[in-house]
Design a protein around this ligand. Sequence first.
Ligand code: DWN
Length: 417
Amino acid sequence: MENQKLANTHDQKCRICNSSLIKLLDFGRQPLGNGFLNRVDFKEEYFYQMEIGYSNTSKMVQLIKQPEPEKMFHDEYAFFSSTSKNMSRHFEEFAESVIQSEYIDKKSPFVIELGCNDGILLKHFSSRGIKHLGIEPSENVAKEANKHDVNTVCEFFSENLADKILKEYGKVDSFLAANVMCHIPNLNDVVKGIKKLIKPKGVVVFEDPYLGDVIDKTSYDQVYDEHVFLFSALSISYLFGLHDMELIDVQPQNTHGGSMRYTLALKGSYPVNSRVENLIEKEKSQGLDDLGKLQKFSENVEKSKLDLITLLKDLKKQNKTIAGYAATSKSTTIFNYCSIDENLIDYICDTTPIKQGKFSPGMHIPVVSHSEFIKNPPDYAILLAWNHAKEIMQNEKEFTKLGGKWITHVPKVQIIE
Ligand code: DWN
């Protein structure tokens, strides 16, 4: 009966193949993941019904409804990629791997990055004098990229923009993106644009949080307004296959709790690495194309929610103080889905100035600076940036030494001993 309810097909069609979506999970009423706000704006806050669905044809897991892009990406976008040292290192290595690869013209290379944010990746091309272009719709972060001598166009990417870029800059060797493709609803238009822009031996290399890891770790907080898709090799092959392009390589990444780097090229232009076939086989045995297994994920999410609420309520009964560590977009999903507010969490600390002094989306928990965490340490800190656990634990040895404890919800709800 429960499964029957979950397996309801939905009016919303798959954004890739136009087949009917099968509803997997309803996260309820959610605000914008990065919609940190002032008290005066509480009344006007935007909410939408956040549900995810699955297409049996494209194998794509996706949001059923997504707010308009302009609501999420604008001149006050709250996320700056360079806030993590580990991520800075990761992008330096990413740049190096592209520069060293066989996919780039050694004499006059040209790279484009979609959603270049504050220039964390492209600055490594710029500093070597490599021709590059960043496309970034959020003006405030694009300005930050300019400060690193990164050339940017402040617009949403589309086939139309690709035509303009082609006229002005010519064709590219490598079209890059990191944590961006999964944000874009009209991917068919994007792939059409990319296909026009890449040279005959050009490639697209992009990475995003990986569906296989989300399922394995029940990291449902990767679902929020900005993440319209959760990709797998199966769904990416399908999408690019519609445009005569193919997946030629895949490389798992540790970032964002488990991501996948996909390399794609025009069909037949490169041999396909055996890693692609291996991953696709693995995905089939994991059930990433199996509705029953995906529905099991929905059950795990509901259990994780109950476990987290129970743990936090138990600690509160013991008069413990609890704070959130890092006001991530992911935490918006957790707090709103689990109805966790100021009665359970005293504050969230975060290093990003634009978030400090504001309130968390939906649940309105105060966001404070990191120095507040040092001045007023809680008994328990819930690790909302669990994907940066290594870096954070390294920085917060003193908190732990003084008896502070960490709570995580990934891969299961627990107090980290
Ligand atoms: O895809 C996206 C990813 C790449 O970044 C975007 N849609 C939005 C964003 O998601 P997120 O907010 O969940 O990302 P992070 O990287 O998990 O969280 C970053 C937040 O954590 C920032 O607000 C900074 C904060 N932070 C902190 O306060 N102390 C981060 C670290 C590492 C720290 O030590």
